[in-house]
Design a binder for this molecule. Sequence first.
Ligand code: PLP
Length: 235
Amino acid sequence: METEHIAENIARIRAQMAQAAEAAGRKPEEVLLCAATKMNDAAAVKAAVAAGVDCCGENRVQELTAKLPQGAYTGRPVHFIGHLQTNKVKQVVGKVDLIQSVDRMELLACIDKEARKQGIVQNILLEVNIGAEESKSGFTPAGAMEIAAKMAGFSGCRLLGLMAIPPVSLHPGDNCRYFAEMRKLFVDISMKKYDNVSMECLSMGMSDDYADAISEGSTMIRVGTAIFGPRNYNV
Ligand SMILES: *Cc1c(COP(=O)(O)O)cnc(C)c1O
């Protein structure tokens, strides 16, 4: 896709985000736009940054490591949003502003250990498998609640919220119930006021369902296709 369409696409998404927020009685600035940059090169990512996305989310360690020195994300925070293997944790901790995809206890422990070794605090979200899908990783809602209660024991990390990727929806509105469940869990954890937890970010909604996610209380949508066009998996 030509990078020249990226700014137009982002302007259109911003307008739809504002509309969805206002329809739900929310302020447009309550919802951040994260560009899901996988399989898009540094030039495309730079165009999205220039067009004013709030942050970038990268899925693969290899792409993150390649695009960082190219200055792809410069000027905006960069997040890790993909499945992270423990043997690659070193390449991500301290390099990104937020790891959104902490999907299992082993990974949390590994990130915490690496962050303490580096003498930093790594911001994280817990990924919740809200559709209880076999094919997806992530905590159950009860599991996420349990981890939040134990965050005081992970001084190398700070929990800033939750992330979810609900099932692929066939019809508009299909995922509203999952988004609503996520919002409830987010509020429940916030109200507990656990140590080392500051619930600021509820990351949910992608190209096909971000308006529904915003209606249900998302504070960050992660959008790839609607910004960059379809990804080419054959290259
Ligand atoms: C690819 C991806 C997205 C964006 O998906 P689109 O449907 O292209 O908007 C969002 N979140 C995660 C974790 C992704 O991997």
